[in-house]
Design a protein around this ligand. Structure first.
Ligand code: F6R
Length: 604
């Protein structure tokens, strides 16, 4: 949600800034802009729309700079216009600023600055920051101190980068929104996320809340807000820049769907012993979860569906568990104590709602665990424990491979928690193990012969698309519907199949195809529910193995290989991801950048 990039070091900064913006475009694509410093002062170029529009205007204008900052925007304050695009400057363009987050007290600051004669040209909250810095510079305060004083005035969440005329420095500060510094032999990068500069360096320093970073071409200094030096470790990121490219695929989404055999293999590798049916996490000592009475999973969106999957697996394993939307947690947090494990499930580890719930659970004294894809993310740092899903970078705004990796890791974790907490697990991992080992090749089978494109063609432009499932099929149905609406912009809803008759059946017509997920558990009931919809004229698409009785009854089938009921939903997920992808492609949608959305939602 808004991407920040900065570059200071040898050579022209423009290429690194543009590459960074392209790599960060998944965080917002309402507008893009850069500010560079060269002999002629600070030059700003910004445009509403995608990075390509900015790129063209830069090529025409031959912009050059020794250092610079850039931004790709997901609008919060003010529509996506050229004026509201970042970087923002003070009236004299002596200071340029990019920002990710929300400055809650901007109205009061703006009023105060306006009274002092500052003129504003945008609707954004961000614009107060360069004016504040300028205010202190005008008072004769030197630039680093002016930056600190400005930051001290801000309430809310921010990752901010600023440059000042004539100063070979990038100033940065973070509170509640991510920022990471990249180091190569020639200088420094600053970004909201590592993929921004991964093709240049994999050596990084993650900034933490309250940090102020001062980047010069020959050195990096990190302090707290008062100026006291703080030490932050250098880390090497084990992601490969090849992984962050689109490769031969038209869209990141399709690439990431296709990567699931690998991402799932990575998620489970070394974490269970098929012969003994034992789950082993090197992250946790034996008995780590012995004191757990109940588990509460908090998450948003797709991660929430994975959390639901995990909660069903936990209950089946014999542990009291439930999943809760993270954004509801802070208003109605259930009573928790030191025997309630709160698990924050978040791909990015930076979702503000999920971090809010995690912080609340930390305050409540519950032990916390982050299940995330991003090493060094805020969730990974702030939870008591962390477990990585090892899916590799996910760039498409619609989450795909990270859902299946989250679900499978949570399933393994369910078994492990049950074993530690109750002495045994009723999940049946012994029977699941062999199928778990085969899961990546089962996904390969789905990918090789999916038939999803034909189904997408068969049901174009319907009134609504319904997805139903029960047990572990229910979160899969919800996820199928979320993916469909998110990238096709068609109306889609997911239901527990048993719920259809309690209301939603009223909506069912011949123009509402129903995708029914059969996991191999209580399938006869799901089939009955699907038939109830078919009786009202709805076409039924059964997601089931060949030879399944649903395949005979349904109008169409999306084939999945036979597997254990605990894992069948993951194969169905791949089919539903592909249906959404092809339906969106037929409609010519912006698949990797669906309208109004962005990856990594860092505002509440
Ligand atoms: C949908 C999607 C979102 C995210 C949600 C949480 O395809 O990607 O619903 O799942 O914004 O994001 P994370 O998992 O980063 O906390």
């Amino acid at each position: 949600m808004c991407g920040i990039i900065g570059r200071i070091g040898d050579g022209d900064a423009i290429d690194a800034l543009i590459t960074g913006l392209e790599n960060l475009e998944y965080r917002g694509y309402d507008s893009a802009g850069v500010a560079v410093q060269n002999g002629a002062g600070i030059k700003v170029q910004k445009r509403s729309g995608k990075v390509d529009a900015l790129k063209e205007s830069i090529e025409r204008g031959r912009l050059r700079g020794e250092l610079g900052i850039g931004h790709t925007r997901w609008s919060t304050h003010g529509p996506p216009t050229d004026e509201n695009a970042h970087p923002h400057t003070d009236s004299t363009t002596d200071v340029a600023v990019v920002h990710n987050g929300i400055i809650e007290n901007y109205a009061a600051l703006r009023e105060r600055l306006s009274e002092a004669g500052h003129e504003f040209t945008s609707d954004t909250d961000t614009e107060v920051v360069p004016h504040l810095i300028q205010h202190y510079l005008d008072e004769g305060v030197e630039s680093e101190m002016a930056f600190r004083r400005a930051i001290e005035q801000l309430e809310g969440s921010y990752a901010i980068a600023a440059i000042c005329h004539g100063e070979p420095v990038i100033y940065a500060a973070r509170q509640g929104s991510p920022l990471v510094v990249g180091l190569d032999g020639d200088g420094y990068y600053l970004a909201s996320d590592v993929p921004a500069f991964l093709e240049y360096t994999d050596t990084v320093v993650y900034l933490q809340d309250g940090d102020v970073a001062i980047l010069r071409s020959n050195g990096l200094r990190i302090t707290d807000l008062e100026g006291t030096a703080v030490s932050r470790d250098r880390k090497t990121v084990d992601w490969d820049s090849e992984e962050t490219g689109k490769g031969e695929f038209d869209h990141y989404m399709l690439k990431e769907i296709t990567e699931q055999p690998t991402s799932l293999a990575q998620a489970i590798e070394g974490r269970f012993d098929a012969e003994e049916g034992r789950v082993h996490f090197e992250e946790f000592d034996r008995g780590s979860f012995a004191d757990v009475d109940q588990v509460l999973l908090v998450a948003c969106g797709t991660s929430y569906h994975a959390a639901m999957y995990g909660s069903v697996a936990l209950r089946r394993a014999g542990v009291n568990a439930s999943a809760m939307l993270a954004n509801e947690y802070s208003l109605s947090a259930p009573p928790v104590d030191e025997r309630t494990l709160v698990v924050a499930v978040t791909q990015s580890g930076e979702t503000a709602d999920t971090l809010g719930a995690l912080r609340r659970a930390n305050e409540q004294g519950a032990p916390t665990l982050a299940v995330t894809n991003v090493v060094g993310s805020t969730a990974a740092r702030e939870a008591d424990e962390r477990l990585f899903i090892r899916a590799g970078p996910e760039i498409g705004v619609a989450a795909t491979k990270t859902f299946s990796s989250q679900a499978v890791v949570l399933t393994l974790l369910a078994h492990r928690i049950a074993r530690d907490a109750t002495g045994f697990s009723t999940l049946g991992i012994e029977e699941i193990s062999a199928e778990l080992e085969r899961l990546p090749s089962r996904v390969d089978e789905v990918l090789a012969d999916s038939g999803a494109e034909a189904i997408a063609r068969r049901y174009p432009d319907e009134r609504s698309y319904f997805f139903i499932g029960r047990g572990l099929g229910y979160p899969v149905a919800l996820e199928g519907a979320l993916k469909f609406k998110e990238i096709t912009y068609e109306h889609a809803e997911g239901f527990a199949s048993g719920e259809l008759k309690h209301g939603p059946l009223a909506l069912v017509t011949p123009e509402t195809p129903v995708f029914a997920i059969f996991t191999g558990r209580e399938d006869e009931k799901t089939l009955k529910n699907a038939e109830e919809a078919a009786t009202r004229g709805a076409p039924i698409v059964a997601i089931c193995p060949d030879g399944h009785q649903a395949a005979d009854v349904a109008d169409a089938q999306l084939r999945i290989p036979e597997t254990h009921p605990t894992l069948a939903g993951l194969l169905a997920t791949v089919q539903l991801q592909l249906v959404s992808y092809h339906a969106a492609d037929l409609l010519n949608r912006a698949i990797d950048k669906p309208r109004n959305l962005a990856k990594s939602v860092t505002v509440e």
